[in-house]
Design a protein around this ligand. Structure first.
Ligand code: SR1
Ligand code: MG
Length: 387
């Protein structure tokens, strides 16, 4: 039949045809698309006891429309990433009930009982004791298993080849890792940031450091990444009195530098903290960088004895983790900067009564993280800068 773009009214028949839902008599469907890229529908039965999510990639960037075409094959990358994570961290992703490669559509667990972490934080809520630690563990579990430490060399080469994702990587190389530092039609910012945006474009040292991070992003095939691990890619909540943390939306997944995933999460934590500082609602923000890193490092070290290549000794692990940490700091800086003067901004800042003071602080923090990433070796150094 070929690729067809689903509308809300198509979803019941679609779920029936795909064998996910037999009797769609009392099914209700609503579109809940929220991200920049795709459409998402939630289907539930009349009494709300059953639900499924349908996510479909469009042949363009959703928020830009057909003027920014984008291959829907990004859904293949997402489905592949979910398969990899399901092997090593099944409790940290939504259950995938099926992938329809012809229509670039995933049918997944309904997570409408959970909340997007960014929403929780924007509303003044806290992370709770374990969310960031689990995010760190998630990164360790996925990246160890798909690195040269967790996978035999030939298998790894096949994974790298299968996970090549040029269009999506190009988006990151452009909108995150170059456009904010040059004149580009995608960029926009609050007029109260005109001077800083110009200063950043003229800052040759900053540009060279971003070029270095960009090249690391392009060449450092350390492990399979989520690729867009911001607080809008995390759902949190409780089920049967237990904390639930689910990482979703891995369509930007590819084999790249581990620090990109950690750095993206850190950046979004720091922007959430800037919002909370502006509103006077700071809760447990300051602990989150440390908890993320502890979760990551502890889990990576726990997995290390199972490495498939013992030529990598314990001293090398220390060196490797040090490199991941400084990459994370630098990529966190680039994520902050692009979210303020690049294409895709964050509601954390845009919904503030006056976004300018917090945005200025965020930009300056972002630049520090980029240019001083080698010396900011402890998360407490970053926390001190963010205060
Ligand atoms: C054109 S897409 C801009 C951003 O949206 C996605 O969520 C990624 O973060 C990407 O950089
Ligand atoms: Mg996304």
């Amino acid at each position: 039949m070929g690729y067809r773009i689903l509308e809300t009214e198509d979803v019941p028949a679609y779920l029936r045809e795909r064998g996910h839902w037999d009797d769609t008599g009392d099914i209700r469907v609503r579109e809940v698309s929220d991200g920049n890229m795709n459409r998402v529908f939630l289907a539930s039965n009349g009494d709300g006891t059953r639900g499924l999510a349908v996510k479909q990639a469009l042949p363009w960037v959703r928020v830009a429309g057909p003027s920014w075409p984008m291959s829907p094959e990004r859904a293949d990358a997402e489905a592949r990433a979910y398969e990899q994570v399901a092997r090593v961290a099944p409790d940290k992703i939504p259950t995938v009930h099926g992938y329809d490669a012809e229509n670039y559509a995933l049918v997944m667990e309904d997570m409408s009982d959970l909340q997007v972490l960014r929403t929780v934080l924007n509303e003044g809520g806290s992370y709770g004791p374990d969310t960031s630690r689990r995010i760190g563990e998630f990164v360790a579990q996925l990246t160890f298993a798909t690195s040269d430490f967790g996978m035999p060399s030939a298998e790894r080469k096949a994974l790298i080849a299968a996970s090549v994702s040029p269009e999506l990587c190009r988006i990151t190389e452009d909108v995150v890792l170059s456009e904010p530092y040059v004149e580009h039609e995608h960029n926009h910012w609050h007029p109260g940031l005109d001077d800083l945006a110009a200063e950043f474009r003229a800052d040759t040292r900053l540009r060279t450091e971003v070029a270095d991070l960009r090249h690391t992003f392009m060449t450092s095939a350390q492990a399979l990444l989520h690729g867009d691990l911001h607080t809008g890619s995390v759902m949190v909540g409780e089920r049967e009195s237990a904390l639930v943390v689910r990482v979703f939306d891995p369509e930007f997944s590819f084999v790249g530098p581990i620090g990109y995933d950690l750095g993206l999460y850190w950046a979004n934590v720091l922007v959430a903290q800037a919002r909370a500082q502006a509103l006077g609602t700071v809760t447990d923000h300051a602990a989150q960088l440390r908890l993320t890193w502890e979760g990551f490092e502890t889990e990576f070290r726990r997995l290390w004895p199972a490495r498939v290549d013992s030529f990598f000794d314990d001293a090398y692990l220390d060196r490797f983790l040090g490199r991941v940490r400084s990459d994370s700091v630098g990529f966190a800086g680039t994520e902050i900067v692009r979210r303020v003067i690049g294409f895709a901004h964050l509601t954390d800042l845009t919904t503030l009564p006056d976004p300018v003071p917090a945005s200025r602080r965020a930009l300056l923090l972002g630049r520090e993280l980029i240019v001083r990433r080698a010396e900011l070796t402890g998360t407490e150094d970053i926390e001190a800068l963010a205060r």
